[in-house]
Design a protein around this ligand. Structure first.
Ligand SMILES: Cc1ncc(COP(=O)(O)O)c(C=O)c1O
Length: 432
């Protein structure tokens, strides 16, 4: 089982608070974060960089979980963020996040989004494709504004992960392909612009990756490419962004390296390869999302109905599901759940933890060993902090849950529970 904290009565603790007390105060479904755990992960990554004596930036990939409170925590930890939409950028702005520490990603940024990013003077625009390059060149010229950019490259490396979260292979919707020469063409275009400043390059090979091998191949390919570009165009990257993708433990089947350990290995590879090509030290950036917030998130649900048919695995239904966590339905993501007031209870049976949404595919966990659960019991699904709330929907017109941050035994509501009134807020009558 994932490591969790319990008190002497076997109650699940989150940030030092009993999960069942949080439920009493905030009801369910409830998304909770152990903020101390988020900080600890960030600090462990910083330490690896400090020990490697490399210039660096850690950029939290905020698509994993983007709210004002989260951006405030990231700001307190003095790291960067990357955003992928005007909405994330707006949220960061409302959180007073320093815009020079923002990178703007996305494979189809609208003109309005690009203008917004230029108005706000974000630190880096990560340019993804030729259309964007043309638009940005034009925009920067019209505005006579210098714009710092990073080119997103596709290194032609497939990560060992679900196809939906692989991004580094040549046949990907993201980035300029290195192998076909697209990346070099993009660099030439960008360098020809009087207003674009090409600060560096970016790769991201996928998400929930456990093995070093894919990263190693990608890093070597990227640095070899940079060595070629120095020869061909006398170009030197000031920033080398290795992306995110560090895997986390969702179930006992997962055995990821600690992100700090993985980072250490990657930095060793970077150093050796920079040396091999006699490349100057660049600032090494990483963009972890899942590994920063994933393990720190716990979703608390109340058990409702059960369906039991002789010879079949029981369905135990909770008061949330695919609306607050689409990942199991979207790409068969697996999770672990525990009974919140008896984490180490003896297992009585294996159940399917089902959601309340009107889809047969709304099963949060297909196979969860559990004690006998009763209506009203609280279960906690572990490691839900990444791509859970940020992908939440109002499917079936269910309100989205509240989010609570817990740190040093204190809980703070950071996203209110939606109300039915919120659900119809944007609706307009067709007929009066
Ligand atoms: C460009 C980019 N950077 C970083 C990330 C974060 O990945 P992860 O959450 O797996 O660390 C993603 C996620 O898909 C991404 O697309």
């Amino acid at each position: 089982m994932n490591r969790v904290s319990v008190d002497s009565e076997d109650n699940l603790l989150i940030g030092g608070c009993k999960a069942i007390d949080l439920v009493e105060k905030y009801q369910t479904p409830l998304i909770t974060y152990d903020v101390g755990m988020i900080r600890k992960t960030i600090r462990s990554l910083k330490q690896v960089f400090d020990e490697a004596s490399l210039p660096y930036a850690i950029s939290y990939a905020s698509k994993a979980f983007a709210t004002i409170a989260m951006y405030q925590v990231i700001k307190e930890e003095r790291i960067h963020i990357d955003v992928v939409s005007g909405g994330e950028l707006y949220t960061a702005m409302e959180a007073n996040f320093p815009m020079e520490d923002v990178s703007f990603h996305g494979n189809n940024k609208s003109l309005e989004e690009l203008k917004m990013a230029l108005d706000l003077n974000v630190g880096e625009i990560v340019v993804d494709n030729f259309n964007e390059l043309a638009t940005l060149t034009q925009l920067a010229k019209e505005r006579q504004q210098k714009v710092s950019i990073i080119l997103r490259l596709t290194p032609g490396v497939s990560a060992h992960t679900h196809a939906y979260i692989q991004t580094g292979q040549s046949d990907s919707k993201f980035g300029f392909d290195i192998d076909s020469g697209q990346a070099l063409d993009a660099l030439k275009i960008a360098l020809a612009s009087e207003f674009l400043i090409v600060d560096g390059v970016h790769i991201h090979i996928g998400s929930q990756i456990f093995e070093e091998a894919g990263f190693e191949l990608a890093i070597k390919k990227l640095l070899k490419t940079l060595a070629n570009w120095r020869t061909l165009l006398n170009f030197t990257a000031k920033i080398i962004n290795l992306g995110g993708g560090f895997g986390i433990k969702y179930t006992d089947k997962d055995d990821p390296k600690d992100p700090a350990e993985l980072l250490k290995s990657l930095l060793d590879i970077v150093k050796v390869t920079l040396n091999q090509y006699d490349l100057p030290n660049a600032s090494i950036w990483i963009e972890p999302g899942r590994s920063i917030v994933g393990p720190a998130g716990y979703t608390l649900y109340t058990v409702g109905t059960q369906k039991r048919v002789a010879g079949l695995k029981p369905y135990v239904t909770v008061d949330g599901g695919m609306g607050d966590n689409i990942r199991p339905a979207l790409y068969q993501a697996e999770y672990t759940a525990v009974k919140a007031n008896n984490v180490n209870a003896a297992v009585a049976e294996e159940v399917r933890l089902a959601g309340k949404y009107c889809e047969s595919g709304d099963i949060l966990i297909e196979n969860q060993p559990m004690p006998l659960l009763r209506q009203g019991d609280v279960v906690a699904v572990l490691a839900t902090g990444a791509y859970g709330y940020s992908m939440a929907s109002n499917y079936n017109r269910n309100p989205r849950p509240a989010v609570v941050f817990v740190e040093n035994q204190r809980a703070k509501l950071v996203v209110k529970r939606e109300t039915y009134a919120d659900l119809i807020k944007l609706d307009l009558p067709y007929k009066n």
